[in-house]
Design a protein around this ligand. Structure first.
Ligand code: TRP
Length: 454
């Protein structure tokens, strides 16, 4: 298929786009909570290990496949392993990305609603009693969450229609710096609250006794999820990186930004939670129930400041979620444009329709469809756990196996050194290749099988 392909204009643009994909809801609510739950700084240490020895090898594997071919997951695998079933692996990962965006967009929709609530000053002190219960009644409502999900997905679609360079690159270049400024501002506010120290201690005190096997598995899962691995998204973005670019640098840069944002988010969320004397809870409850309550109860002393912070906080969540959802949609769009010859706009409309419909089912599973269960889970929970616990790990495993065992060693080396442009990379090639070929697949394989059996 002959089509013109965009290339990210610079290294910074590529890293910002990939960091945009990586930084999302996973960093804002999952990371802070998990750190506290699994032993503070001790968990961060394991998380770092998992990132370097498992996530980075998957990240590089996806980058190598994408940049080598300048094609999406399906086309890339069909080209590198013609006549084999590998292309179906590519297709499977694309389907995973489409499932993730469906439920991710529902949560993105909640953040749209909460942003409007914050703007309408619904989190004022005199209302703090109603604030926590607002969440339950909002998500179980039929139409409002669907409307917000539609708005969120619509925004995603508009950016993706504009293309990689004019849409994705431009949006990421503006939103990444904005996100960092916002999260630092919120962190300063949070740290200034009386009693914030306990929240800091919750995050930094290493408690090795809580580091059990489940903590290690969680650290790994969180690291995969946070870096958007296993669903062909990093592969797709990497296919727009120019040949002379250093893949190792962009992988490291993206992971560092992602980690930094997660830690900043931890210091933005937890001190506020402890200052309000609330037990940190898991999941969306933390950002949609607890924090609005905190904004409103803290507002007694500083109503204007806390209203502004509430608006900024939900704006941060919205932007972070958007930069992730555009990367998921782009993964599917690339397939339809490249392999089916559709126009970008048509591809976006088709995928919008599919993910919108599945997203509606996910949204309704908090309300009218809450009784519909698949393997004991609601539709939303099922889509979440199918992808996070199963498909993402499987995808990551298959990508490393493909690069480690199916591709030619010389080609892998050529990509990692960008055709010899980066001699320093040649020095660490052996080690990196060892991680991709043996360490990552074995460890991920063990965890995958254990998850499957449990
Ligand atoms: N990394 C995103 C976050 O932290 C979530 C995510 C998971 C994702 N898988 C993805 C984003 C695939 C894009 C593509 O919120």
């Amino acid at each position: 298929m002959d089509h013109k392909r965009d290339i990210f204009s610079s290294r910074r643009a590529a890293i910002f786009a990939m960091a945009g994909s990586a930084i999302g809801l996973g960093n804002i609510w999952r990371f802070p909570y998990m750190v506290g739950e699994h032993g503070g700084a001790a968990f961060i240490l394991v998380y770092l290990f998992a990132t370097v020895f498992l996530s980075l090898p998957i990240f590089l594997s996806e980058s190598i496949i994408g940049r080598r071919t300048h094609l999406g997951p399906y086309g890339a695998m069909a080209k590198l392993a013609p006549g084999t079933p590998w292309k179906h692996v590519g297709l499977l990962t694309i389907c995973s990305a489409m499932i993730i965006i469906s439920f991710y967009s529902v949560v993105g929709g909640w953040s749209v609603d909460y942003l409007f609530k914050a703007i309408r000053l619904e989190f004022l002190p005199e209302r703090s009693e109603q604030v926590s219960s607002m969440f339950g009644s909002m998500i179980s409502n039929t139409w409002l969450p669907i409307l917000c999900h539609t708005a969120f997905l619509g925004l995603t679609a508009v950016i993706v229609v504009l293309g990689v360079r004019k849409g994705i690159e431009r949006f990421s270049k503006i939103s990444m710096p904005v996100l960092f400024v916002l999260i630092v501002a919120i962190m300063c506010y949070s740290l200034s609250l009386p009693g914030a120290g306990e929240g800091v201690a919750y995050l930094v005190k290493p408690d090795f006794s809580r580091l059990d096997a489940s903590a290690v598995a969680s650290a790994m899962g969180q690291s995969f999820f946070s870096l958007s691995l296993g669903v062909g998204t990093i592969l797709t973005y990497s296919s727009h990186i120019r040949k002379s670019e250093n893949l190792i640098t962009s992988g490291l840069g993206t992971s560092l930004f992602d980690l930094l944002f997660a830690i900043l988010a931890g210091f933005a969320v937890m001190p506020a939670v402890f200052a309000a004397g609330i037990e940190p809870g898991a999941g969306p409850g933390l950002i949609f129930e607890t924090l609005p309550y905190i904004f409103s109860s803290m507002g007694v002393q500083m109503p204007v400041l806390s209203s502004v912070i509430a608006i900024l906080f939900f704006l941060t969540i919205l932007i972070a979620a958007l930069t992730s959802s555009i990367s998921m949609l782009e993964t599917g769009v690339t397939y339809l444009v490249e392999e089916k010859g559709l126009r970008r706009r048509t591809a976006v409309i088709i995928l919008f329709g599919f993910t919108w419909a599945l997203g509606c089912l996910c949204s309704l599973s908090f309300g009218p469809l809450s009784g519909v269960k698949l393997f004991g889970k609601t539709i939303f929970e099922f889509c979440d756990s199918l992808t996070s616990d199963f498909l993402m790990t499987l995808g990551g495993l298959l990508f490393t196996l493909f690069v480690g065992w199916k591709m030619f060693r010389a080609d892998v080396r050529d990509e990692l050194t960008s055709g010899g442009l980066y001699p320093a990379n040649a020095k660490i090639f052996k080690f990196t290749y060892f991680l991709i070929r043996y360490v990552a697949p074995v460890v991920i394989g063990v965890v995958f099988v254990t998850n499957l059996l449990m």
